[in-house]
Design a protein around this ligand. Structure first.
Ligand code: ADP
Length: 478
């Protein structure tokens, strides 16, 4: 079976969050199961330099964007048994960052058509294209409205994976004629329409053969008004085609036993070595070196979704205790400034690192005792899975993938790999952290939780098998 992943980011080339991690790990696991899997992403300016230099030029051709013809170069690189393709156009992608430009609609309209054009150019015919989030949502639309008339494309199926329903890729109706050369019919008949705009996400959901999302709970949640982002009714109508498959993490990439990025390696039989990571990180970040002081980590986009408001509301109360808080993240200006200010007010207790830094992220996972993820909603969440692997105990709000992967500690039978609270409320967050701090003082109980955390299996193997099974079903569906 031949599967093409179309996405807007992929680790180790470039990533801003969980989608990038998934594109770096799931294809590799599918390849191990015998699937001929390839990945295509844009060739951004900020792809890591050492990798960018190794990309090999394949060929170039032109791609139409409305009435214009734009240059499209193809580069490729083999990474861990998987071929990654890069769509090159300097006007669209030779800019800093990935998204957030005024012309994102045009940039990804180009990318979506380029995805369909390049497979014919290289004469590789996938059985199925797995699209991911709004940035690739128009692939199923183009395929069904135009390309399937061509024999080469006629049998290609599509899966659309939702990594975050919040981002809808909504643009003015004008994009239909200007970027795709269409009339307004897809808007008028509602198939790409959302609140009067053209939504690439809605288009992808409507025209694909199968919808997946990244956890079972999120698959249920998005069918309700609370989580459905205005698409809940539509998703209920599609529920037969909607399935949750929980994400894993790359167990080679995140392995405390031989991770080169952390200070001291450790495993489940040498949990005591973990404390060396805490002491070294304290030194690096200028915090007092205290091995018994509980250290809490937060590695996240700093946005409302990630529960930053809850943290801001209760953090002064929490910081009256003997704890240290290490923050790594970028995001909304207001949260960035609030956390910087927190470090200014509590220099011995708070380290706020407002940047994207993979090495520091690994060090924090390895060093911290607890890991905060009080999300408003969380499609899957990878932070908590990485934290489990490094014995940093997740404290999460029980929603989406957090609910599916963290079993809250039960002090009566000692079972659990983390701590959870239900309502999006800063007092509940405060209470659960206080409870975790109490258990932390009981070394036996705490080590028992660490062992359960490190023993949790969140590797990709199981989920990759589910994807393969799903693909087979979709490809064979008439
Ligand atoms: P998201 O909603 O952002 O995709 P996830 O928990 O699914 O959230 O994935 C976040 C990924 O990005 C994790 O691998 C996390 O470690 C990483 N990450 C987030 N912020 C930073 C940062 N500032 N520096 C380094 N890594 C980060």
């Amino acid at each position: 079976m031949r599967v093409l992943f179309a996405a807007s980011e992929a680790h180790p080339f470039i990533k801003t969050g969980g989608l990038g991690d998934v594109m770096g790990a799931l294809p590799k696991s599918l390849a191990k199961l015998g699937v001929d899997v390839r990945v295509v992403i844009p060739k951004y300016k900020n792809i890591k330099d050492e990798l960018k230099q190794k990309l090999q030029f394949v060929k170039w051709f032109t791609v139409s964007v409305g009435w214009r013809n734009q240059y499209c170069g193809i580069f490729q690189y083999q990474y861990k048994g998987v071929i990654y393709y890069f769509i090159d156009n300097e006007y669209y992608f030779n800019r800093d960052g990935l998204y957030g430009y005024f012309d994102d609609g045009e940039r990804f309209a180009f990318f979506n058509r380029a995805v369909l054009e390049f497979i014919k150019q290289i004469d590789w015919q996938p059985d199925l294209i797995n699209c991911n989030d709004w940035q690739t949502g128009m692939v199923p639309v183009l395929l069904n409205l135009e390309y399937k008339k061509d024999e080469f494309y006629s049998k290609i199926k599509t899966v659309f994976s939702i990594h975050n329903l919040l981002f809808k890729g909504s643009f003015s109706p004008k994009v239909l004629p200007e970027l795709f050369g269409y009339d307004y019919m897809p808007l008028v008949n509602g198939s790409v329409e959302l609140d009067g705009s053209v939504s690439f996400l809605k288009g992808g959901l409507n025209y694909c053969d199968q919808i997946t999302t990244v956890s079972n709970t999120y698959a249920e949640e998005i069918k309700t008004p609370q989580y459905g982002e205005g698409l809940d009714g539509f998703l209920r109508s599609k529920s037969y085609y909607l399935m949750g498959i929980v994400n894993g993490i790359d167990y080679e990439e995140f392995n405390p036993q031989d991770d080169k990025l952390i200070f001291k390696n450790f495993n489940i039989n040498s949990i005591d070595n973990k404390v060396q990571n805490k002491l070294s990180l304290q030194r690096e970040l200028g915090l007092p070196q205290k091995k018994d002081t509980p250290m809490i980590g937060l590695i996240s986009r700093l946005t409302h979704q990630k529960g930053c408001d809850l943290i801001v509301n209760m953090i002064d109360r929490l910081l009256q205790r003997d704890i240290q808080l290490v923050i790594l993240g970028t995001g909304d200006y207001w949260y960035e400034e609030t956390f910087k200010n927190l470090q200014y007010r509590y220099p011995d207790k708070v380290s706020a690192n407002i940047k994207f830094d993979n090495t520091l992220a690994h060090k924090i996972y390895a060093a911290t005792d607890m890991f905060l993820m009080p999300s408003l909603f969380e499609p899957c969440g990878l932070g908590q899975l990485i934290a489990l692997r490094y014995g940093s105990i997740p404290i999460v709000r029980e929603t989406g993938g957090l609910k599916d992967t963290i079993s809250p500690y039960n002090q009566y039978n000692g079972v659990g790999n983390g701590f959870g609270f239900k309502n999006f409320n800063s007092n509940e967050l405060m209470q659960i952290i206080e409870y975790a701090l109490t258990i932390y003082n009981d070394k036996n109980a705490w080590n028992n939780i660490i062992r359960q955390a490190m023993n949790s299996d969140n590797s990709w193997e199981k989920s990759a098998m589910q994807y393969k099974w799903l693909y087979e079903g979709v490809v064979n569906r008439s």
